[in-house]
Design a protein around this ligand. Structure first.
Ligand SMILES: C[S@@+](CC[C@H](N)C(=O)[O-])C[C@H]1O[C@@H](n2cnc3c(N)ncnc32)[C@H](O)[C@@H]1O
Length: 232
């Protein structure tokens, strides 16, 4: 599809149903990460342990796995967590898991649509794991609203991190046969993956355009980033 084709994102309540959210850990975090995408869950958890702040934004939580396994950085009345998702079930799951641990604001919103319902410079930390490869768009350039909004809502001293599966033909990764098979079928399935054109080099460029400090690396089939210093 040409790059200027309008891509429209839409909720997928069948894929992200309450029942599938309960299966997410076993199917995705435990099995797909290990056997297909080759992601190290301990390293992903470390990103949260090192960086979660008392004003945190979680984008696209699914079952909220990593945030759920992160100690609260403050007492329940002092830990403010915003959760942003286009699907209802992940927002409900986040409310349940964070009940009694944090003050939670959920926002049912498509992250490709700016502005997000958060004020400028309103969060000190922000996580966006395994979400960009779900977003329609021929390349990372078409997903740029997400990078713009991350930079807008993050404070000067804040930190943002995330990871996303790169397209199977990106020279930066070497997917195994299972990963190639899954990428092909998830990109064919309606409203599931859209990462065929996602390239490490393009992601690097988009991040450098908006953040003064960019740490980007490859982990299995994913690019993992930690960024600071939003450029205004
Ligand atoms: C694959 S799950 C990622 C779960 C988790 N963050 C992780 O690290 O594994 C993708 C999440 O992004 C959400 N999502 C997908 N498209 C979205 C969009 N356009 N706007 C907001 N959220 C979206 C889904 O509802 C789901 O919660």
């Amino acid at each position: 599809m040409p790059e200027n084709t309008p891509w429209v994102s839409a909720p997928n309540p069948v894929l992200y149903s309450p029942a599938n959210i309960q299966r997410y850990r076993s199917l995705v975090v435990d099995k797909s990460h290990r056997y297909a995408w080759r992601l190290d869950n301990d390293q992903l958890q470390d990103l949260y342990l090192k960086n979660v702040s008392d004003r945190h934004l979680e984008i696209g939580p699914a079952d909220l796995h990593f945030l759920h396994h992160t100690p609260a950085p403050a007492m329940a009345h002092g830990w403010h967590v915003h959760v942003l998702d286009i699907n209802q079930a992940p927002l409900e799951e986040a409310k349940t898991k964070l009940a009694g641990r944090a003050q939670v604001d959920t926002h049912e919103h498509d992250i490709l649509v700016a502005p997000w319902p958060l004020a400028d410079q309103s969060v000190d930390s922000l996580a966006c794991g395994n979400v960009l490869h779900c977003l329609p768009g021929a390349r990372f350039r078409a997903k740029a609203a997400v990078f713009d909004e991350m930079a807008r809502v993050l404070t000067e001293d804040g930190v943002a991190w995330g990871y996303t599966l790169l397209g199977a033909h990106d020279p930066a990764i070497s997917p195994n046969p299972l990963a190639r098979l899954l990428m092909r079928s998830y990109n064919k399935a309606e409203n599931t993956f859209h990462n065929t054109g996602d390239r490490y080099a393009d992601l690097e460029r988009e991040l450098h355009l908006r953040f003064a400090q960019v740490e980007l690396s490859v982990m299995g089939c994913a690019a993992v980033w930690v960024v600071r210093g939003p450029v205004r």
